[in-house]
Design a protein around this ligand. Structure first.
Ligand SMILES: [Zn+2]
Ligand SMILES: [Zn+2]
Length: 781
């Protein structure tokens, strides 16, 4: 019998045993009893009904189990002892919330799995996609098995779920497997209670299931006896192959071939952002990187996310895979197809989302052909359709805690339990970058998969389609719609386009702190430290270095970084040199131009003069308190990067450069202002500059800078504790993706006696905003 496989590691379901419930009820009961048990939570598509069946048969109780829109319903009858034993055994294995109703016994005989009833209001969610299980892997390489080398095999506990389901309940006819009629052998397995594919909705075999094919970029079929071996051959030769996976197409090439990786970057128009690498097993992962036990179990967990791990110095993959990074994003094969491909290729493969630059991942064959034809040399595809595009999830372990940075395949659509229940259905529209949205029903929030930056037309379309799909899937009509305050966010425009709903606007950094509270299942007043790149403030300025006193209901601004101009608006985000010049000027005034710094030597003085004059007149230079911009400025001063090609690139490189330990912190001023404590940045900039003039190594300057911010953060929190009596701190915002800073801040705060909340289930970056908006709206309604 297969072991239960339904609780992905990052979101353990609360297990409740019923022994006490049933014992109490049994005291005043007749000999034969009957009850109806309804189980909510993730119980569809994880082999739950078959396991109930086996339990019932082994305990000699009669009745039925079925999926309904209210959850999984078990109708069961038996004598006291058998029923008691059955309920206890079930209680120990149940993955979701339960309710029990007692009924008159009717003399039921036998136990069966019934066809789903399509009735009532949906109260459950489909399971996330799950990586291939060990039993399936064993079959894949067993020459005697009829599914040996079958690239699309699955079972009752593993395989695609969320990405192939059209509507609920989760039964084969409502998935993209509906067009594959079962062969006699598969049907027999499907009906055999002891088989591990008993009632597996995705059951298939080489005889009756979907098939692999190989296509040229123009769509013509390339005939190959073994399409996977042929694709691996193409990769060996340095080619780039589009591979249809679970949530969309990947672009694959040989990760050890610098030329191939460079070519992939050129064609995909992705200059520097790190690329994920698929390795054949944990051993190979450990050969390329330092993998801790926590990271190893995460790599092998049912979600099989990309895990960012510290790379070894020995190479192993081309430098072009993750230039300037200390970490590698590794992922293990999570389908039979991947296992076969990695086996044929015999080397690590780059496996990056199938798209050009920042577009959403391509997931339909026709669309992929259109969008990827200029990028790939070959398509390795199959005829199992993908309904919902879903990127690989990305997780990083910091301080031994796995922290989701991009939440998608393997985690979505698992519910996140809010600290309180919403009285009305809520849709939270999220932000603009790394966008996600969330639905709230009662105490549960369903956060969507990562969709991308809504500035792109294709991403905004995908966003609308994903919301429509979630609404259908969850049978959901929002009454409350939460959104960001930013008038120019497309997610705000989307919220405003909905009729007949009540709208709740949530300030960006309040949403970050609320997201962190919801992530930890708490609703209490905290000192919220929300540091990121950009968020619309209530004074119309660009916030991003905020100290709030907040709970889910509301917030007060209790401190911030001093405002500086953002010369040229968004251009200053793409060009960190502009911020370096701004901060230098704030620290040194016009004397900055006589500083003996490499930065000053390469400064385009004419361009800077124009920007400076515009900023002085307040032209196209909004004021910002962004902490992210300070990181950019220091990265530029240290000569790391004056221009970025993706968000937070300079800050990431600054973190990668940082020495392990700092020996001192720079001074940093605090004053009282209208918005609470104001952090004065000139001192820290002067500290960096003086160190540069003294030829202190950049890695040590970076460490001192990080330590300074951690120290500052703790000092401000201590002052706010004195003023407010609040002893808990929540850290949120994209800046806390920085592991060095996060670790140092948590250490300092804990040493100062604070209870510290950080993110783990949802991203600390804008990918977590929707959850925060949802929690705020739920609290207010
Ligand atoms: Zn399996
Ligand atoms: Zn079959």
């Amino acid at each position: 019998m297969t072991s239960p496989y339904w609780a992905p590691t990052l979101a353990p379901q609360k297990v409740r045993t019923w022994a006490t419930v049933s014992q109490r009820a049994l005291l005043a009961s007749p000999r034969v009893r009957r009850c109806t048990i309804t189980v909510n939570g993730v119980v569809q598509g994880v082999g739950f009904r078959p396991s109930v069946y086996r339990l019932a048969v082994s305990h000699g109780v009669a009745g039925t189990v079925r999926n309904s829109r209210a959850g999984v319903v078990i109708d069961v009858e038996g004598d006291d002892a058998s029923l008691e034993a059955f309920l206890t055994a079930l209680g120990n294995n149940v993955p979701g919330a339960v309710s029990v109703a007692w009924a008159q016994p009717e003399g039921l005989a036998g136990f069966s799995i019934e066809v789903s009833a399509h009735d009532g209001k949906a109260r459950f969610s489909p399971a996330p996609d799950s990586a291939m299980c060990e039993a399936c892997a064993a079959e894949l390489f067993d020459p005697g098995n009829r599914r040996c080398s079958y690239a699309l095999q699955t079972c009752a506990t593993c395989g695609p779920r969320f990405t192939i389901v059209r509507t609920l309940p989760y039964d084969r006819e409502r998935t993209t497997m509906s067009c594959f009629a079962l062969c006699a052998a598969c049907r027999a397995e499907y009906n055999e209670p002891c088989n591990r594919r008993f009632h597996a909705q995705t059951i298939a075999c080489p005889e009756c299931g979907p098939r692999m094919s190989l296509r040229w970029p123009d769509g013509a079929t390339q005939f190959a006896v073994d399409p996977i071996a042929a694709a691996a051959g193409e990769i060996h030769e340095g080619g780039i192959v589009a591979i249809k996976g679970v949530g969309g197409f990947h672009l694959a090439c040989d990760a050890t071939n610098a030329g191939a990786v460079a070519e992939l970057r050129r064609r995909k128009r992705r200059e520097a952002k790190p690329l994920a690498v698929m390795v054949v097993n944990l051993e190979e992962a450990c050969a390329l990187a330092h993998v801790s036990p926590t990271e190893a179990s995460l790599l092998a967990s049912p979600a099989h996310p990309i895990v960012l791990v510290r790379r070894r110095d020995i190479g192993g993959v081309a430098e072009e895979v993750a230039p300037g990074c200390r970490e590698l994003g590794l992922v293990l094969p999570y389908t039979a197809l991947h296992h076969l491909l990695l086996g044929e290729a015999g080397r690590p493969l780059v496996m990056t989302s199938g798209n050009a630059s920042d577009e959403p991942i391509a997931h339909r064959d026709d669309d992929a052909r259109q969008r990827l034809r200029g990028i790939v040399d070959l398509f390795l595809t199959h005829n199992r359709e993908i309904v919902t595009p879903c990127d690989d999830s990305v997780v990083r372990v910091v301080a031994e805690v796995p922290r989701v940075i991009r939440r998608a395949r393997g985690y979505v659509p698992l519910a996140i339990q809010l600290p309180g229940a919403a009285s009305r259905p809520i849709l939270a529209c999220g932000g603009e970058l790394k966008s996600t949205f969330a639905l709230v029903r009662g105490p549960e929030a369903f956060l969507s998969q990562h969709i991308g930056d809504l500035a792109s037309e294709a991403a905004f379309r995908a966003y609308g389609e994903a919301i429509a799909h979630f609404r259908r899937l969850f049978d959901f009509a929002p009454e409350i719609v939460a959104h960001d305050l930013h008038p120019a966010y497309r997610s705000t425009a989307y919220a405003q386009s909905l009729d007949g709903v009540e709208r709740v606007a949530v300030q960006h950094h309040h949403a970050h702190i609320a997201s962190c509270l919801a992530d930890n299942g708490v609703d209490r007043r905290v000192i919220g430290v929300a540091w990121d790149g950009t968020g619309y403030g209530t004074d119309g300025r660009v916030w991003g270095g905020e100290f709030l006193v907040a709970d889910l209901a509301g917030y007060e601004r209790a401190g911030r970084f001093d405002y500086v101009p953002l010369p040229g608006g968004d251009a200053a985000i793409r060009e960190p040199w502009r911020m370096a010049a701004v901060f230098l000027r704030a620290a040194y005034g016009d004397a900055m131009s006589s500083l003996d710094l490499a930065f000053i030597q390469r400064l385009d003085r004419a361009a800077w003069r124009v920007l400076r004059q515009a900023a002085d007149r307040g032209l196209n230079a909004p004021l910002t308190s962004s902490a992210g911009r300070l990181f950019d400025a220091v990265a530029s001063l240290l000569g790391l990067r004056d221009r970025v090609t993706f968000e937070a690139q300079a800050a990431m490189e600054l973190e990668a450069l940082t020495a392990a330990e700092a020996d001192l912190v720079y001074p940093i001023g605090l004053r009282d202002g209208d918005d609470g404590l104001i952090v004065e940045t000139p001192d820290v900039i002067r500290g960096v500059v003086e160190d540069l003039l003294r030829q202190v190594p950049a890695s040590l300057i970076a460490a001192r800078f990080h330590a300074t911010l951690a120290d500052l953060l703790a000092r401000v929190c201590v002052r706010l504790r004195t003023r407010t009596g609040i002893g808990a701190v929540a850290l949120s915002g994209g800046v806390f993706q920085n592991a060095w800073l996060l670790r140092a801040a948590v250490d300092r705060l804990e040493a100062d006696g604070f209870q510290v909340y950080t993110h783990h289930q949802v991203p600390t970056n804008d990918g977590g905003l929707a959850l925060g908006q949802a929690a705020v709206a739920a609290r207010r309604h």
